[in-house]
Design a protein. Structure first.
Length: 114
């Protein structure tokens, strides 16, 4: 089993920055891809960014150039650095890992509002 603990959400003004962290139990995540999903009110869960075990990244078009995903396998932790935040980035953010992204962390609320 893998447990994921997410931290770093909050309220930020448009144009601001936040960094989310996802700490995983065990060291098995070093061989797993990981990712961030988000779900806006009334919306579906959408993939925001993902990173392979070797560090290859992929971003949703809506966040390219503003968000950066990274991982530190020694610390069993993944990050999402979010900059240039917009109101439409408001959502609950989840980290995922495992085969078929079978493991989900608890969500963290990110609210972008003035």
């Amino acid at each position: 089993q893998v447990q994921l603990v997410v931290s770093g959400g909050g309220l930020v003004q448009p144009g601001g920055s936040l960094r989310l962290s996802c700490a995983a139990s065990g060291n098995i995540i070093s061989i797993m891809g990981m990712g961030w999903y988000r779900q806006a009110p009334g919306g579906q869960r959408d993939l925001v960014a993902r990173i392979t075990s070797t560090g290859t990244t992929h971003y949703a078009d809506s966040v390219k150039g503003r968000f950066t995903i990274a991982r530190d396998n020694a610390k069993n932790t993944m990050y999402l650095q979010m900059s240039g935040l917009k109101p439409e980035d408001t959502a609950v953010y989840y980290c995922v890992t495992g085969v078929g992204y079978g493991y989900w962390g608890q969500g963290t609320q990110v609210t972008v509002s003035s």
